[in-house]
Design a protein around this ligand. Structure first.
Ligand SMILES: C[S@@+](CC[C@H](N)C(=O)[O-])C[C@H]1O[C@@H](n2cnc3c(N)ncnc32)[C@H](O)[C@@H]1O
Length: 428
Protein backbone atom coordinates (compact mmCIF):
# COMPACT_ATOMS: atom_id res chain seq x y z
CA UNK A 1 0.00 0.00 0.00
CA UNK A 2 1.16 3.53 -0.66
CA UNK A 3 2.81 5.35 2.26
CA UNK A 4 -0.16 7.62 2.80
CA UNK A 5 -2.60 4.72 2.74
CA UNK A 6 -2.09 3.45 6.21
CA UNK A 7 -4.80 4.79 8.46
CA UNK A 8 -7.12 2.25 9.99
CA UNK A 9 -10.07 3.94 8.28
CA UNK A 10 -8.51 3.64 4.85
CA UNK A 11 -7.49 0.05 5.40
CA UNK A 12 -11.02 -0.70 6.45
CA UNK A 13 -12.40 0.91 3.28
CA UNK A 14 -9.99 -1.05 1.11
CA UNK A 15 -10.78 -4.36 2.81
CA UNK A 16 -14.47 -3.74 2.34
CA UNK A 17 -14.15 -2.83 -1.34
CA UNK A 18 -11.89 -5.81 -1.91
CA UNK A 19 -14.29 -8.27 -0.26
CA UNK A 20 -17.26 -6.96 -2.23
CA UNK A 21 -15.31 -7.03 -5.48
CA UNK A 22 -14.22 -10.66 -5.05
CA UNK A 23 -17.74 -11.72 -4.01
CA UNK A 24 -18.88 -10.00 -7.22
CA UNK A 25 -21.47 -7.91 -5.43
CA UNK A 26 -23.52 -6.23 -8.20
CA UNK A 27 -21.99 -2.80 -8.85
CA UNK A 28 -25.29 -1.03 -8.15
CA UNK A 29 -25.41 -2.67 -4.71
CA UNK A 30 -21.79 -2.04 -3.77
CA UNK A 31 -21.36 0.03 -0.64
CA UNK A 32 -18.42 2.40 -0.56
CA UNK A 33 -17.40 3.30 2.97
CA UNK A 34 -15.86 6.70 3.48
CA UNK A 35 -13.58 8.43 5.96
CA UNK A 36 -15.09 11.74 4.79
CA UNK A 37 -11.69 13.08 3.88
CA UNK A 38 -10.13 14.04 0.54
CA UNK A 39 -7.85 11.04 0.93
CA UNK A 40 -10.79 8.79 -0.03
CA UNK A 41 -10.42 9.81 -3.67
CA UNK A 42 -6.73 10.70 -3.78
CA UNK A 43 -4.63 9.16 -6.60
CA UNK A 44 -2.84 7.06 -3.95
CA UNK A 45 -6.14 5.68 -2.78
CA UNK A 46 -7.19 5.01 -6.38
CA UNK A 47 -3.99 3.00 -6.91
CA UNK A 48 -4.54 1.17 -3.64
CA UNK A 49 -8.07 0.22 -4.73
CA UNK A 50 -6.73 -1.18 -8.01
CA UNK A 51 -4.06 -3.14 -6.15
CA UNK A 52 -6.63 -4.59 -3.78
CA UNK A 53 -8.94 -5.66 -6.60
CA UNK A 54 -8.20 -6.01 -10.33
CA UNK A 55 -4.43 -6.04 -9.80
CA UNK A 56 -4.50 -8.37 -6.81
CA UNK A 57 -2.95 -11.84 -7.13
CA UNK A 58 -6.34 -13.42 -6.35
CA UNK A 59 -7.75 -11.74 -9.44
CA UNK A 60 -5.23 -13.67 -11.57
CA UNK A 61 -5.64 -16.98 -9.83
CA UNK A 62 -9.40 -16.88 -9.23
CA UNK A 63 -10.73 -14.20 -11.60
CA UNK A 64 -14.20 -12.71 -11.23
CA UNK A 65 -15.94 -12.42 -14.59
CA UNK A 66 -14.23 -10.10 -17.04
CA UNK A 67 -17.45 -8.17 -17.57
CA UNK A 68 -17.66 -7.61 -13.85
CA UNK A 69 -14.06 -6.38 -13.63
CA UNK A 70 -14.74 -3.94 -16.47
CA UNK A 71 -17.94 -2.69 -14.86
CA UNK A 72 -16.13 -2.23 -11.55
CA UNK A 73 -13.34 -0.06 -12.97
CA UNK A 74 -15.80 1.83 -15.14
CA UNK A 75 -17.90 2.64 -12.07
CA UNK A 76 -14.83 3.99 -10.28
CA UNK A 77 -14.09 6.17 -13.31
CA UNK A 78 -17.64 7.52 -13.33
CA UNK A 79 -17.62 8.19 -9.60
CA UNK A 80 -14.36 10.13 -9.87
CA UNK A 81 -15.51 12.04 -12.96
CA UNK A 82 -18.78 12.95 -11.22
CA UNK A 83 -16.94 14.70 -8.41
CA UNK A 84 -14.29 16.14 -10.69
CA UNK A 85 -11.47 14.35 -8.86
CA UNK A 86 -7.91 13.96 -10.11
CA UNK A 87 -7.92 10.60 -11.87
CA UNK A 88 -4.65 8.68 -11.92
CA UNK A 89 -3.41 7.26 -15.22
CA UNK A 90 -3.51 3.70 -13.87
CA UNK A 91 -7.31 3.79 -13.77
CA UNK A 92 -7.51 4.61 -17.50
CA UNK A 93 -4.76 2.10 -18.34
CA UNK A 94 -6.39 -0.66 -16.33
CA UNK A 95 -9.77 -0.03 -17.91
CA UNK A 96 -8.29 -0.02 -21.38
CA UNK A 97 -6.39 -3.29 -20.62
CA UNK A 98 -9.60 -4.90 -19.43
CA UNK A 99 -11.42 -3.81 -22.58
CA UNK A 100 -8.71 -5.38 -24.71
CA UNK A 101 -8.68 -8.67 -22.85
CA UNK A 102 -10.41 -11.42 -24.71
CA UNK A 103 -13.29 -13.04 -22.93
CA UNK A 104 -12.68 -16.70 -22.40
CA UNK A 105 -15.57 -18.43 -24.13
CA UNK A 106 -18.61 -16.48 -22.99
CA UNK A 107 -17.54 -15.40 -19.55
CA UNK A 108 -20.20 -17.70 -18.15
CA UNK A 109 -18.06 -19.36 -15.47
CA UNK A 110 -16.09 -17.26 -13.05
CA UNK A 111 -14.72 -17.32 -9.53
CA UNK A 112 -16.23 -15.69 -6.50
CA UNK A 113 -13.98 -15.39 -3.47
CA UNK A 114 -15.43 -15.09 0.03
CA UNK A 115 -13.29 -13.86 2.92
CA UNK A 116 -13.78 -15.35 6.38
CA UNK A 117 -13.24 -13.30 9.57
CA UNK A 118 -9.88 -15.03 10.16
CA UNK A 119 -8.71 -13.73 6.76
CA UNK A 120 -8.86 -17.12 5.03
CA UNK A 121 -10.62 -17.11 1.71
CA UNK A 122 -12.89 -19.50 -0.14
CA UNK A 123 -12.77 -19.32 -3.94
CA UNK A 124 -15.63 -20.98 -5.75
CA UNK A 125 -16.06 -21.54 -9.43
CA UNK A 126 -19.61 -20.45 -10.22
CA UNK A 127 -21.91 -19.65 -13.09
CA UNK A 128 -22.66 -15.98 -13.58
CA UNK A 129 -26.33 -16.93 -13.99
CA UNK A 130 -28.65 -17.79 -11.13
CA UNK A 131 -30.40 -20.54 -13.02
CA UNK A 132 -28.51 -22.42 -15.68
CA UNK A 133 -28.66 -25.89 -17.06
CA UNK A 134 -32.10 -26.26 -15.52
CA UNK A 135 -30.52 -26.19 -12.07
CA UNK A 136 -30.24 -23.57 -9.38
CA UNK A 137 -27.09 -25.20 -8.08
CA UNK A 138 -24.45 -23.50 -10.20
CA UNK A 139 -24.32 -20.33 -8.12
CA UNK A 140 -24.17 -19.60 -4.41
CA UNK A 141 -27.46 -18.42 -2.90
CA UNK A 142 -27.97 -15.99 -0.01
CA UNK A 143 -29.23 -18.70 2.34
CA UNK A 144 -25.96 -20.63 1.92
CA UNK A 145 -24.02 -17.56 3.05
CA UNK A 146 -26.45 -16.96 5.91
CA UNK A 147 -26.24 -20.59 7.04
CA UNK A 148 -22.43 -20.45 6.87
CA UNK A 149 -22.52 -17.40 9.15
CA UNK A 150 -24.86 -19.25 11.52
CA UNK A 151 -22.52 -22.26 11.62
CA UNK A 152 -19.55 -20.03 12.43
CA UNK A 153 -21.49 -18.55 15.36
CA UNK A 154 -22.71 -21.94 16.56
CA UNK A 155 -19.53 -23.94 16.47
CA UNK A 156 -20.37 -25.97 19.59
CA UNK A 157 -23.50 -27.25 17.88
CA UNK A 158 -21.36 -28.85 15.17
CA UNK A 159 -18.40 -29.91 17.29
CA UNK A 160 -17.56 -33.61 16.86
CA UNK A 161 -20.72 -34.16 14.84
CA UNK A 162 -21.25 -36.15 11.69
CA UNK A 163 -22.73 -33.61 9.33
CA UNK A 164 -24.55 -34.27 6.08
CA UNK A 165 -25.57 -31.47 3.73
CA UNK A 166 -28.46 -31.83 1.29
CA UNK A 167 -28.37 -29.89 -2.00
CA UNK A 168 -24.85 -28.56 -1.34
CA UNK A 169 -24.70 -26.66 -4.62
CA UNK A 170 -21.22 -25.25 -5.07
CA UNK A 171 -20.24 -25.92 -1.47
CA UNK A 172 -20.02 -22.52 0.24
CA UNK A 173 -21.73 -23.62 3.49
CA UNK A 174 -19.89 -26.91 3.74
CA UNK A 175 -16.47 -25.54 2.85
CA UNK A 176 -16.91 -22.79 5.46
CA UNK A 177 -17.88 -25.39 8.07
CA UNK A 178 -14.95 -27.62 7.14
CA UNK A 179 -12.56 -24.68 7.48
CA UNK A 180 -13.99 -23.43 10.78
CA UNK A 181 -15.66 -26.20 12.68
CA UNK A 182 -14.30 -29.28 14.34
CA UNK A 183 -16.90 -31.66 13.03
CA UNK A 184 -16.30 -35.41 12.95
CA UNK A 185 -17.19 -35.71 9.29
CA UNK A 186 -18.89 -33.69 6.56
CA UNK A 187 -20.79 -35.28 3.68
CA UNK A 188 -21.58 -32.96 0.78
CA UNK A 189 -24.39 -34.11 -1.50
CA UNK A 190 -26.24 -32.99 -4.59
CA UNK A 191 -27.86 -34.64 -7.59
CA UNK A 192 -27.01 -32.52 -10.61
CA UNK A 193 -23.91 -33.74 -12.51
CA UNK A 194 -22.51 -30.31 -13.38
CA UNK A 195 -23.11 -29.08 -9.86
CA UNK A 196 -21.35 -32.21 -8.56
CA UNK A 197 -18.40 -31.56 -10.84
CA UNK A 198 -17.90 -27.93 -9.78
CA UNK A 199 -18.59 -28.87 -6.15
CA UNK A 200 -15.82 -31.43 -6.30
CA UNK A 201 -13.41 -28.93 -7.82
CA UNK A 202 -14.35 -26.30 -5.26
CA UNK A 203 -13.70 -28.74 -2.42
CA UNK A 204 -10.30 -29.56 -3.88
CA UNK A 205 -9.40 -25.91 -4.41
CA UNK A 206 -10.29 -24.92 -0.89
CA UNK A 207 -9.84 -27.92 1.33
CA UNK A 208 -6.70 -29.55 0.02
CA UNK A 209 -4.43 -30.06 3.03
CA UNK A 210 -1.46 -27.94 1.94
CA UNK A 211 -3.20 -24.68 1.26
CA UNK A 212 -6.40 -23.38 -0.17
CA UNK A 213 -4.43 -20.93 -2.25
CA UNK A 214 -2.19 -23.37 -4.11
CA UNK A 215 -2.87 -24.49 -7.61
CA UNK A 216 -4.21 -28.02 -7.56
CA UNK A 217 -3.73 -30.81 -10.01
CA UNK A 218 -6.72 -30.99 -12.31
CA UNK A 219 -8.99 -33.75 -11.13
CA UNK A 220 -10.30 -36.48 -13.30
CA UNK A 221 -14.01 -36.64 -13.05
CA UNK A 222 -15.95 -38.18 -15.81
CA UNK A 223 -18.87 -40.10 -16.94
CA UNK A 224 -17.38 -43.56 -16.70
CA UNK A 225 -17.75 -44.24 -20.41
CA UNK A 226 -15.26 -41.51 -21.33
CA UNK A 227 -11.62 -42.51 -21.48
CA UNK A 228 -9.13 -39.69 -22.02
CA UNK A 229 -6.08 -38.26 -20.33
CA UNK A 230 -6.98 -36.36 -17.14
CA UNK A 231 -5.80 -32.85 -18.09
CA UNK A 232 -7.59 -32.99 -21.43
CA UNK A 233 -10.72 -34.31 -19.79
CA UNK A 234 -10.71 -31.58 -17.20
CA UNK A 235 -10.33 -28.86 -19.82
CA UNK A 236 -13.09 -30.39 -21.91
CA UNK A 237 -15.30 -30.70 -18.87
CA UNK A 238 -15.06 -26.99 -18.07
CA UNK A 239 -15.44 -26.16 -21.76
CA UNK A 240 -18.53 -28.28 -21.92
CA UNK A 241 -20.05 -26.47 -18.93
CA UNK A 242 -19.14 -23.07 -20.37
CA UNK A 243 -20.57 -23.93 -23.76
CA UNK A 244 -23.80 -25.15 -22.29
CA UNK A 245 -24.10 -22.14 -20.04
CA UNK A 246 -23.61 -19.76 -22.94
CA UNK A 247 -26.12 -21.70 -25.03
CA UNK A 248 -28.56 -21.36 -22.18
CA UNK A 249 -28.28 -17.61 -22.11
CA UNK A 250 -29.34 -17.51 -25.72
CA UNK A 251 -32.08 -20.12 -25.67
CA UNK A 252 -34.74 -19.34 -23.18
CA UNK A 253 -37.17 -22.03 -22.24
CA UNK A 254 -38.86 -21.08 -18.99
CA UNK A 255 -40.99 -24.22 -19.04
CA UNK A 256 -38.05 -26.41 -18.25
CA UNK A 257 -37.43 -24.61 -14.98
CA UNK A 258 -41.01 -23.82 -14.12
CA UNK A 259 -40.81 -26.26 -11.21
CA UNK A 260 -38.45 -23.90 -9.43
CA UNK A 261 -41.36 -21.49 -9.30
CA UNK A 262 -40.26 -19.67 -6.21
CA UNK A 263 -36.76 -18.96 -7.43
CA UNK A 264 -38.04 -18.03 -10.86
CA UNK A 265 -39.78 -15.07 -9.32
CA UNK A 266 -36.51 -13.40 -8.49
CA UNK A 267 -34.41 -14.68 -11.34
CA UNK A 268 -33.60 -12.24 -14.04
CA UNK A 269 -31.43 -14.66 -15.96
CA UNK A 270 -33.78 -17.60 -16.15
CA UNK A 271 -32.58 -19.66 -19.03
CA UNK A 272 -32.47 -23.37 -19.36
CA UNK A 273 -32.58 -25.28 -22.55
CA UNK A 274 -33.79 -28.79 -22.07
CA UNK A 275 -33.62 -29.33 -25.81
CA UNK A 276 -29.90 -28.60 -25.98
CA UNK A 277 -28.36 -31.38 -27.95
CA UNK A 278 -24.66 -31.80 -28.47
CA UNK A 279 -23.05 -35.13 -28.98
CA UNK A 280 -19.93 -33.74 -27.35
CA UNK A 281 -21.84 -32.89 -24.20
CA UNK A 282 -19.85 -34.41 -21.36
CA UNK A 283 -22.89 -34.44 -19.12
CA UNK A 284 -25.44 -35.93 -21.43
CA UNK A 285 -25.86 -39.02 -19.28
CA UNK A 286 -26.41 -37.66 -15.83
CA UNK A 287 -27.04 -41.05 -14.27
CA UNK A 288 -23.61 -42.28 -15.26
CA UNK A 289 -21.48 -39.96 -13.21
CA UNK A 290 -18.32 -41.12 -11.55
CA UNK A 291 -15.24 -39.57 -10.03
CA UNK A 292 -12.05 -41.12 -11.29
CA UNK A 293 -9.55 -38.96 -9.50
CA UNK A 294 -6.51 -39.61 -7.40
CA UNK A 295 -7.93 -37.03 -4.98
CA UNK A 296 -11.01 -39.12 -4.26
CA UNK A 297 -11.53 -42.73 -3.29
CA UNK A 298 -14.79 -44.50 -3.85
CA UNK A 299 -16.34 -45.97 -0.73
CA UNK A 300 -16.66 -49.71 -1.34
CA UNK A 301 -19.72 -50.02 0.87
CA UNK A 302 -21.71 -46.92 -0.04
CA UNK A 303 -22.70 -46.52 -3.68
CA UNK A 304 -22.02 -43.03 -5.05
CA UNK A 305 -19.96 -41.99 -2.02
CA UNK A 306 -16.39 -40.65 -2.41
CA UNK A 307 -13.87 -39.85 0.35
CA UNK A 308 -11.51 -36.92 -0.09
CA UNK A 309 -7.93 -38.21 0.18
CA UNK A 310 -6.61 -34.94 1.59
CA UNK A 311 -9.00 -35.04 4.54
CA UNK A 312 -10.75 -38.26 5.38
CA UNK A 313 -13.53 -36.44 7.25
CA UNK A 314 -14.79 -35.01 3.96
CA UNK A 315 -17.05 -36.99 1.67
CA UNK A 316 -18.98 -36.25 -1.47
CA UNK A 317 -22.03 -38.13 -2.60
CA UNK A 318 -24.43 -37.97 -5.48
CA UNK A 319 -27.76 -38.20 -3.74
CA UNK A 320 -31.12 -37.50 -5.33
CA UNK A 321 -33.97 -37.10 -2.84
CA UNK A 322 -36.42 -38.51 -5.37
CA UNK A 323 -34.63 -41.53 -6.70
CA UNK A 324 -31.62 -42.48 -4.56
CA UNK A 325 -31.58 -45.54 -2.36
CA UNK A 326 -32.55 -44.80 1.26
CA UNK A 327 -30.32 -47.45 2.72
CA UNK A 328 -27.25 -45.31 2.22
CA UNK A 329 -28.73 -42.84 4.72
CA UNK A 330 -28.53 -45.42 7.51
CA UNK A 331 -24.85 -45.88 6.82
CA UNK A 332 -24.16 -42.14 6.89
CA UNK A 333 -26.29 -41.67 10.04
CA UNK A 334 -25.51 -37.98 10.50
CA UNK A 335 -26.04 -36.15 13.81
CA UNK A 336 -26.69 -32.91 11.98
CA UNK A 337 -28.28 -32.30 8.58
CA UNK A 338 -27.68 -28.93 6.93
CA UNK A 339 -29.36 -27.47 3.86
CA UNK A 340 -29.61 -24.01 2.35
CA UNK A 341 -32.16 -22.76 -0.13
CA UNK A 342 -33.71 -26.11 -0.87
CA UNK A 343 -37.29 -25.00 -0.07
CA UNK A 344 -38.38 -23.31 -3.29
CA UNK A 345 -40.11 -25.97 -5.30
CA UNK A 346 -43.42 -27.31 -4.01
CA UNK A 347 -43.27 -30.37 -6.21
CA UNK A 348 -39.98 -31.59 -4.73
CA UNK A 349 -40.98 -31.02 -1.08
CA UNK A 350 -42.50 -34.46 -0.38
CA UNK A 351 -39.25 -36.13 -1.50
CA UNK A 352 -37.07 -33.70 0.46
CA UNK A 353 -39.13 -34.02 3.63
CA UNK A 354 -39.28 -37.78 3.30
CA UNK A 355 -35.45 -37.86 3.24
CA UNK A 356 -35.41 -35.56 6.26
CA UNK A 357 -37.80 -37.81 8.17
CA UNK A 358 -35.70 -40.88 7.43
CA UNK A 359 -32.54 -39.14 8.63
CA UNK A 360 -34.18 -37.54 11.68
CA UNK A 361 -35.86 -40.69 12.91
CA UNK A 362 -32.64 -42.72 13.08
CA UNK A 363 -31.65 -43.55 16.66
CA UNK A 364 -27.97 -42.92 17.31
CA UNK A 365 -25.94 -45.22 19.53
CA UNK A 366 -26.28 -42.68 22.33
CA UNK A 367 -30.06 -42.87 21.95
CA UNK A 368 -30.22 -39.37 20.46
CA UNK A 369 -31.75 -38.34 17.18
CA UNK A 370 -30.34 -35.98 14.59
CA UNK A 371 -31.29 -32.33 14.09
CA UNK A 372 -31.70 -30.62 10.71
CA UNK A 373 -30.87 -26.96 10.25
CA UNK A 374 -32.43 -25.55 7.11
CA UNK A 375 -31.92 -21.98 5.92
CA UNK A 376 -34.48 -20.63 3.45
CA UNK A 377 -34.94 -17.35 1.70
CA UNK A 378 -38.63 -16.53 2.16
CA UNK A 379 -39.48 -15.29 -1.31
CA UNK A 380 -42.97 -16.65 -1.13
CA UNK A 381 -44.89 -17.16 2.13
CA UNK A 382 -47.13 -19.81 0.54
CA UNK A 383 -44.13 -21.92 -0.39
CA UNK A 384 -42.76 -21.66 3.16
CA UNK A 385 -46.18 -22.51 4.66
CA UNK A 386 -46.52 -25.47 2.36
CA UNK A 387 -43.14 -26.74 3.57
CA UNK A 388 -44.25 -26.46 7.20
CA UNK A 389 -47.42 -28.41 6.42
CA UNK A 390 -45.43 -31.18 4.71
CA UNK A 391 -43.11 -31.29 7.76
CA UNK A 392 -46.10 -31.66 10.08
CA UNK A 393 -47.62 -34.36 7.89
CA UNK A 394 -44.40 -36.35 8.28
CA UNK A 395 -44.55 -35.94 12.07
CA UNK A 396 -41.60 -33.52 12.21
CA UNK A 397 -41.41 -30.53 14.55
CA UNK A 398 -39.58 -27.27 13.98
CA UNK A 399 -38.45 -24.10 15.72
CA UNK A 400 -37.21 -20.86 14.17
CA UNK A 401 -33.71 -20.11 15.43
CA UNK A 402 -32.01 -16.75 15.84
CA UNK A 403 -30.36 -15.42 12.71
CA UNK A 404 -26.60 -14.94 12.82
CA UNK A 405 -25.81 -11.71 14.62
CA UNK A 406 -22.80 -10.75 12.54
CA UNK A 407 -22.82 -10.19 8.78
CA UNK A 408 -19.63 -11.51 7.21
CA UNK A 409 -20.61 -11.84 3.57
CA UNK A 410 -22.19 -9.19 1.31
CA UNK A 411 -25.48 -10.65 0.18
CA UNK A 412 -28.83 -9.07 -0.55
CA UNK A 413 -30.92 -8.98 2.60
CA UNK A 414 -34.12 -7.33 1.45
CA UNK A 415 -35.83 -10.73 1.31
CA UNK A 416 -35.82 -12.38 4.77
CA UNK A 417 -33.90 -15.56 5.41
CA UNK A 418 -35.28 -17.95 8.01
CA UNK A 419 -33.40 -20.75 9.72
CA UNK A 420 -35.37 -23.71 11.07
CA UNK A 421 -34.21 -26.46 13.40
CA UNK A 422 -36.21 -29.55 12.54
CA UNK A 423 -36.50 -32.71 14.64
CA UNK A 424 -38.42 -35.97 14.74
CA UNK A 425 -39.81 -36.52 18.23
CA UNK A 426 -39.35 -40.06 19.59
CA UNK A 427 -42.60 -42.05 19.78
CA UNK A 428 -43.78 -42.14 23.39
C1 LIG B 1 -31.11 -23.19 -4.85
S1 LIG B 1 -29.88 -24.37 -4.98
C2 LIG B 1 -29.04 -24.15 -3.43
C3 LIG B 1 -27.61 -24.61 -3.49
C4 LIG B 1 -26.83 -24.28 -2.24
N1 LIG B 1 -27.34 -24.97 -1.09
C5 LIG B 1 -26.86 -22.78 -2.02
O1 LIG B 1 -27.69 -22.34 -1.22
O2 LIG B 1 -26.09 -22.06 -2.66
C6 LIG B 1 -30.72 -25.92 -4.70
C7 LIG B 1 -29.83 -27.15 -4.75
O3 LIG B 1 -30.59 -28.32 -4.50
C8 LIG B 1 -30.21 -29.32 -5.43
N2 LIG B 1 -31.37 -30.22 -5.66
C9 LIG B 1 -32.52 -29.92 -6.29
N3 LIG B 1 -33.30 -31.01 -6.37
C10 LIG B 1 -32.61 -32.03 -5.79
C11 LIG B 1 -32.87 -33.42 -5.57
N4 LIG B 1 -33.99 -33.99 -6.01
N5 LIG B 1 -31.94 -34.16 -4.93
C12 LIG B 1 -30.79 -33.59 -4.50
N6 LIG B 1 -30.48 -32.28 -4.69
C13 LIG B 1 -31.37 -31.51 -5.32
C14 LIG B 1 -29.83 -28.56 -6.68
O4 LIG B 1 -28.96 -29.31 -7.54
C15 LIG B 1 -29.15 -27.33 -6.10
O5 LIG B 1 -27.79 -27.54 -5.93
Amino acid sequence: MAASMNTAGEENILRDIKNQFFEMVPIRRMKWKTTHSDEDVSPDMQRAVLKATVQHATCKQYPPSLNYQRAFVKSILHKLEDIDADICDEIYETYSDLLQQKEEEDDTLCYKTYTLPCGNTISLQESVHLISQGTTGLSTWQAALNLAEWCMENSTFLKNKRVMELGSGLGLTGITVCKNNQMKSYTFSDCHPQVMYLLMRNIETNLAEQSSQTVFTPPDVFPSSSKQCPEKKDGRMIKSIRRQLSTNTEASNPCSVSMCSDIMEISYTSTASSSYDDTEDMFSDSADFQIESQNWVMDDCLPGMYCFCQDERIRLMKYDWETSDDRVLWDIAPDVILAADVVYDVSIMPALVSVLRKLLSLEMECGQRATAVIASTIRNEDTRDHFLIVLANEGLTYEIVDSPTKRIFHYEDTIPIEILKIRCPAAS
